[in-house]
Design a protein around this ligand. Structure first.
Ligand code: AMP
Length: 484
């Protein structure tokens, strides 16, 4: 079994306390509400550096507590100019936080709201796929901290509902993903709208040459903060890989979830259809699952996420773009139903578990044809996997080969290629294996995006849903697209 030994690098910096940073009583009160006692290592490093006014380049993975690492000193700095006046003019935008996806924007905004709740500072979030009117109303009323995705931010600038000329602090969160999603032109436009004199904070889980170039272009003599090796995986995550045939993977996911008694797990699929089908398969197996991907409306994705957080859904099956930035504390396990095409996504995916000091498991399924993807991941995380055996797993879907183990007493006869093409369902790894099941017609239908275009989508998003949409427009589903 290939299990990397956990190294407790992400545990809180115990010697330091939040009081040691000179944070205001209002902020400390909010932190007590959150139940935070000690800063995490990135917080311990970032907070004093940001308070001193330095530019920062943070090599911070998801789950390290980086959001509070930048949000707390920003709130502290802005408190000096905070006003109790109702006048919008007394609440200009002083801090702008850009994120690549709507979900991340929403989560960062929730954090900022929680940390600033006892202060007179106002914050709001703007992202695409939502009605602009409430966002406009919030901006017009005056807000010091704006959290935004690039496309919708530029929409507001264009409509003159947002003025960035008094921005003192600019944060670019998950910068690597911003570039992946084609936001560079938007970023350049936004940077041009900001005052020259400002503090810049950039966070990225991975540091490619492009990211370094971007950092050089807008950071001023930055201090680099690195609490864990860049391009390395969270150190408190145990990683396991299982090799099997493609046809066995859906049953294997159900088996792993049941065998481990998982009640909160994210399963990553490379494709939207794969996510939908896996979610359907799990539901048929009696596991409460929901898929989130780019064809789901923002409202549906939020509803699924909320249900997941409340424990009403046990399994969230997600594509990379949909899962980006999801903040679910102490997720015990993530499963890679597919190995990601991009090795960096592996780092992001497994960052969903082992967050802020908690330990977690990252389980990946891979097939012969994924061998190259596994090598890419091994190179990136500098670790060689030894595929493990999924002990006790009984193949239900009928293909041969792989490392699956058959129980001799309940082996099924091999199924025909025709049965192979139509995935089986309804045969639990725990139920009787010999009875004949009808194939759910759902699996035989061609894939169709499930969601009609909601009337409140902006025009960019409608463009994405048309057959002529270019691939990079995918970004619109997550918060906006370049306007050119
Ligand atoms: P982040 O990396 O900012 O997405 O944070 C990951 C998770 O850690 C979130 O659920 C935070 O609420 C939580 N968190 C952040 N800072 C602390 C802290 N000092 N102590 C405990 N949990 C924290």
């Amino acid at each position: 079994m290939s299990e990397m030994q956990p190294v407790p690098m992400q545990t809180p910096a115990l010697a330091v306390r939040f009081q040691d940073f000179g944070l205001s009583a209002e902020i400390l009160h909010a932190l007590t509400d959150q139940g935070y006692v000690h800063p995490t290592p990135i917080q311990a490093e970032a907070i004093p550096i940001i308070l001193q006014g330095n530019d920062v380049m943070g090599a911070a993975q998801t789950g390290t507590g980086k959001t509070a690492g930048f949000a707390l000193p920003i709130i502290q700095k802005l408190l000096a100019k905070a006003s109790h006046s109702a006048s919008p003019a007394r609440h200009p935008v002083r801090a702008l936080i850009l994120t690549p996806t709507r979900e991340l924007a929403d989560q960062v905004a929730d954090n900022v709201k929680a940390y600033s709740r006892y202060t007179p500072l106002r914050s709001t979030v703007v992202f695409g796929g939502m009605d602009m009117a409430p966002q406009t109303a919030a901006l017009r009323a005056g807000v010091e901290i704006v959290i935004a995705t690039p496309g919708r931010l530029l929409d507001h600038v264009q409509q003159k509902t947002l003025n960035l000329s008094q921005t003192e602090i600019f944060v670019m969160d998950e910068a690597d993903r911003m570039l992946d999603m084609g936001f560079l032109p938007d970023l350049q436009r936004i940077i041009n709208l900001l005052p020259k004199q400002r503090q810049n904070l950039m966070f990225s889980a991975t540091f490619s040459t492009e990211i370094k170039k971007l950092a050089n272009s807008f950071l001023d003599d930055p201090i680099t903060i690195e609490v864990a090796l860049s391009n390395a995986t969270a150190d408190n995550v145990t990683q396991i890989v299982y090799k099997m045939d493609e046809e066995a993977k859906r049953d294997a996911v159900a088996y792993i979830i049941r065998e481990r008694g998982l009640k909160q797990v994210i399963v990553f699929s490379n494709t939207k259809i794969g996510a939908s089908r896996l979610s359907r398969h799990l539901e048929v197996e009696g596991i409460k699952a929901s898929a989130i991907h780019g064809d789901k409306s923002q409202a549906e994705r939020m509803a699924a996420l909320d249900a997941f957080k409340r424990g009403e859904i046990e399994v969230l099956v997600a594509t990379d773009v949909a899962a980006r930035g999801l903040d679910i504390a102490e997720l015990p396990c993530v499963i890679n139903f597919d190995l990601p095409y991009n090795a960096e996504d592996y780092v992001h995916r497994i960052g969903r578990t082992g967050r802020a000091g908690a330990s977690g498991d990252a389980i990946s399924l891979f097939t012969d044809k994924d061998a190259r993807l596994l090598v890419d991941i091994e190179k990136m995380i500098k670790h060689k996997f030894v595929p493990a055996q999924l002990i006790g797993f009984v193949v239900q879907s009928g293909s041969s080969g792989g490392d699956r183990r058959r129980r001799s007493e309940d082996c099924e006869p091999r199924v025909s290629p025709a049965q192979n093409r139509a995935p089986s369902h309804g045969r639990s790894a725990y139920g009787p294996t010999s009875r004949k099941e009808k194939i759910d017609p759902w699996f035989l239908k061609p894939y169709e995006p499930a969601v009609p275009v909601p009337s409140n989508l902006d025009t960019n998003e409608i463009a994405v849903k048309s057959s002529t949409a270019k691939p990079q427009k995918k970004a619109a589903l997550l918060g906006g697209t370049p306007k050119r």
